[in-house]
Design a binder for this molecule. Structure first.
Ligand SMILES: NC(=O)c1ccc[n+]([C@@H]2O[C@H](COP(=O)([O-])OP(=O)(O)OC[C@H]3O[C@@H](n4cnc5c(N)ncnc54)[C@H](O)[C@@H]3O)[C@@H](O)[C@H]2O)c1
Length: 103
């Protein structure tokens, strides 16, 4: 199945995406990376290091996992792009931060 994981770089979204890819699904992660920007803006860091989405995807592939794709997109504002993805017949998994989007 083709699956969009909205907020797929997040705490819930990333393991959700990995789990779905591990089951053989065609996973497309959509995230605006705003969670990471919040840390930068506040000059704080996670207690455990969180590598970039690019490094995450590469590490996942190196384990032999089915490759996942990533789209940098703010779904609260880029409606047409999101619609285009949805019309590509993806099924939605949502893992957005509370208040992170109004849809
Ligand atoms: N963390 C938990 O233990 C937990 C448990 C149960 C439910 N939840 C719920 O799951 C949801 C996600 O939680 P989380 O801990 O993964 O949060 P998170 O902040 O780690 O992940 C949210 C992700 O969504 C992205 N995002 C936010 N706004 C976006 C936008 N407009 N467009 C695209 N991407 C956007 C962020 O960059 C981030 O990567 C929340 O609603 C939370 O209440 C969390």
């Amino acid at each position: 199945m083709k699956v969009l994981v909205l907020g797929g770089d997040g705490f819930c979204g990333w393991p959700c995406a990995v789990n779905l890819a591990d089951q053989g699904h065609d996973v497309l992660i959509v995230d605006d990376l705003s969670r990471r920007k919040i840390d930068i803006d506040l000059e704080v860091e996670s207690l455990t290091p969180i590598v970039s989405i690019g490094e995450r995807l590469k590490a996942w592939e190196e384990t032999g996992g089915k490759p996942m794709r990533f789209v940098h997109m703010d779904i609260a504002h880029e409606y047409q792009r999101l619609l285009d993805l949805m019309l590509g017949n993806f099924h939605l998994q949502v893992a957005l931060r509370d208040g992170g989007a109004t849809m």
